[in-house]
Design a protein around this ligand. Structure first.
Ligand code: ZN
Length: 227
């Protein structure tokens, strides 16, 4: 295995996980506090709206829970998971949108690569984060992806569209969403999709359907919190 996720797994979640385990509750909502983790927390809190910041933390906590339940044999490093989760949407900030005509995932991946190299000097670490960010919306049923790339796809689409909820326990979803509110998130994300598709109509986000993806997001009716 690999602490950076450089192991090929099927890109299709149903091939990668044909027989999911019954999920268990994971109620801890702690986040890592290493030097780089703290930098990334402060950086994303400063640069992104609260709705997006909370989405990033939720994605990290889903990652932890789903790996524990469904992929206990993986040995992905916790800080690598956190840095990837927290930076996966960094390409949506205004200064990135203004700086490039490249797709937000690509430019954000490149920015994350630089941040990780600057802080660690570890190019494998930076490559892993960058590759997973670039491919986090690269959903499909053919070919392979890193373990880190697969799990970030699963967890972002779970938070945005409500897919594959059987992989995570209802109590985990409840604890995470109560700790990091999803209030306003779907509208915020739908706006980011429209902004990307308007400013970069050639972009990768359009592959998910210019109107369809926004509508799928706004139609997400998964009950994340218990009443
Ligand atoms: Zn996201």
């Amino acid at each position: 295995m690999s602490k950076y996720g450089f192991v090929a797994v099927p890109r299709d979640v149903h091939q990668a996980l044909p027989h999911p385990n019954p999920p268990k509750p994971h109620l801890t909502t702690d986040i890592p506090t290493t030097k780089l983790a703290k930098f990334v927390t402060d950086y994303t809190k400063e640069k992104l709206p609260t709705e997006t910041f909370n989405h990033l933390i939720r994605v990290y906590l889903y990652l932890k829970a789903i790996i524990a339940d469904q992929y206990p044999q993986w040995d992905l490093d916790d800080e690598v998971i956190y840095v990837t989760a927290m930076l996966h949407d960094i390409g949506q900030i205004k200064e990135c949108m203004d700086a490039t005509k490249m797709l937000f995932e690509f430019y954000g991946g490149m920015l994350a690569h630089k941040l990780v190299v600057d802080h660690t000097g570890d190019r494998d670490y930076a490559d892993a984060v960058c590759e997973a960010i670039i491919r986090h919306q690269d959903l499909g049923d053919l070919g392979y992806i890193t373990t880190l790339g697969l799990i970030i796809q699963i967890c972002t689409i779970l938070d945005n569209v409500g897919l594959n909820p059987e992989l995570i326990h209802k109590d985990t979803l409840d604890a995470v969403n109560k700790a990091y509110s999803r209030k306003g998130w779907l509208q915020c994300f739908a706006g980011a999709i429209d902004n990307e598709n308007t400013r970069k109509p050639w972009g990768h986000t359009s592959k998910l359907g210019v109107d369809k993806f926004r509508e799928d997001v706004l139609a997400n009716k998964l009950a994340y919190e218990k009443l």
